[in-house]
Design a binder for this molecule. Structure first.
Ligand code: PEP
Ligand code: CO
Length: 441
């Protein structure tokens, strides 16, 4: 049942000061329209099933945490642009279809390693995402406010509405391939390489038209399927958004097409696993270092008892240098268990450190190194390297070090705007896509 998680220990839940206000907010949410439909979640499960069998590749990308402060048409459009660019590079560069999933339209809540932090000598509750509290370091700002859950729902609805308009209404038409290259990207070496790709795609389309193929009727050239996802962290919110599908009778979490369980909340007897085991959406789980192979197989049994390809994605986040040692036994155990999971690589969360000035950062080279190790380990074990899961933005930020523009430690302060973890900027993201395409070839 959607509420059965309440009988289990739920890690990482905010300390809401007013239980009555929380209950009222959740009640309201349970009466609001769903954000996605069950049939869409099933279509994503099928698309991921083709990833599980080695016929497609998953690109899951977006903010670490969406922000109430950065909520504009431009920022949504620019994130979509860079994801579309990356998908074109991967598809055209490898001939493998790409399943595009955003960390978007609901990716607010953040797990934290400590419940409190000390700012200027004052102990404050940690920032847990804009659907819980404010990042401003004041006691008032940091006090969890259930009204934010409702605000997050409405922001998710508006974001999803714009994404649907962009992806189905002409913006994602392959004839627009040049317009996704933003100016600050186009002048970089990756941007020029992308332009060359886009020119070749134009030529290919002209060639097909000249051969008499009616491209106007080919829907897949004019629209893309773009799916939403977030970490199912705040279980009260996810429960309130869970509805029974009238067609199948199954429960679907209608807050997103796919939800995942984070590294800090995947305890087999915990509330998050219980909740996700009961919804029929495709689900994912992060898999960090130190896990035991038999525990991971039990998690697969729990989350995918019917062994449906595409139902479960495992997202490895080991850190560069650790993948061979940590992932190999897990890949083997899951493969031998027969669970048809998608294996994806999150090269971000195992490579985070505090740079100068205390800014959280990551090195682009470490991100690429982890992806390289992931591909090598998958190849060695005969497992399809099914996808990448990255934190990025369409903006020209300076949050991750290195890359071809070689962002240096003293440049982090220039444009560091993330509300949580450091994101790849659009140039670094495109660079990553070109390098992943090479690995995939
Ligand atoms: C995240 O994806 O932002 C995150 C917190 O990841 P993980 O659970 O893998 O640490
Ligand atoms: Co993150």
């Amino acid at each position: 049942m959607p509420s059965s998680w309440r009988e289990r220990p739920a890690a990482q839940q905010p300390d809401w000061p007013d239980a009555g206000a929380l209950e009222r907010a959740l009640k309201t949410l349970s009466t609001l329209p769903p954000l996605v439909f069950a049939g869409e979640a099933r279509a994503l499960r099928q698309a991921l099933g083709r990833v599980a069998t080695g016929h497609s590749f998953l690109l899951q990308a977006g903010d670490c945490a969406e922000s109430f402060a950065d909520f504009t048409a431009d920022s949504i459009r620019d994130k979509l642009k860079v994801i579309l660019q990356m998908a074109v590079v991967l598809t055209y560069g490898t001939g493998v279809p790409v399943v595009k999933v955003g960390r978007i339209a609901g990716q607010f809540a953040k797990p934290r390693s400590a419940d409190t932090e000390v700012v200027g000598g004052v102990t404050l509750p940690s920032f847990r995402g804009h659907n819980v509290n404010d990042d401003a370091p004041t006691l008032e700002g940091r006090t969890p406010d259930p009204g934010r859950l409702i605000a997050a729902y409405h922001q998710s609805a508006a974001t999803l509405n714009l994404l649907r308009a962009f992806t189905k209404g002409g913006f994602a038409d392959l004839s627009q391939v040049h317009t996704w290259n933003q100016e600050f990207v186009a002048t970089s070496s990756q941007g020029r390489r992308y332009e060359a790709f886009a020119g070749e795609i134009d030529r290919a389309l002209r060639f097909m038209r000249a051969c008499g193929i009616n491209l106007g009727g080919e829907q897949s050239l004019h629209q893309v399927d773009f799916w939403t996802s977030h970490e199912a962290l705040l279980l009260g919110y996810e429960e309130a958004m869970t509805r029974r599908d009238s067609l199948t009778g199954d429960w679907y979490d209608t807050s997103a097409h796919l939800v995942w369980i984070g590294e800090r909340t995947r305890q087999p007897g915990g509330a998050h696993v219980e909740f996700c085991s009961g919804i029929a959406n495709p689900v994912a789980a992060k898999v960090g270092p130190g896990g035991r192979p038999d525990d991971l197989v039990s998690l697969c049994d729990r989350l995918d008892p019917q062994r449906l390809p595409g139902r479960l994605t495992l997202v490895s986040r080991m850190g560069a240098g650790n993948v061979g040692k940590e992932l190999t036994p897990l890949l083997r155990a899951v493969r031998n268990s027969g669970h048809p999971v998608v294996w994806a690589c999150d090269p971000m969360h195992g490579n985070t450190f505090n740079g100068p000035g205390g800014r959280k950062t990551r090195r682009f080279e470490a991100v690429m190194a982890e992806i390289g190790e992931f591909f090598a380990v998958c190849r060695a074990e005969g497992v399809w390297p099914g996808g990448v899961h990255v934190e990025l933005t369409g903006d020209n930020v300076t949050e991750c070090l290195g890359g071809s523009e070689d962002i240096a430690a003293d440049q982090l302060e220039l444009r560091y705007t993330t509300t949580c973890d450091p994101r790849l900027n659009a140039r670094q993201s495109l660079d990553l896509a070109f390098q992943v395409a090479e690995l995939l070839r």
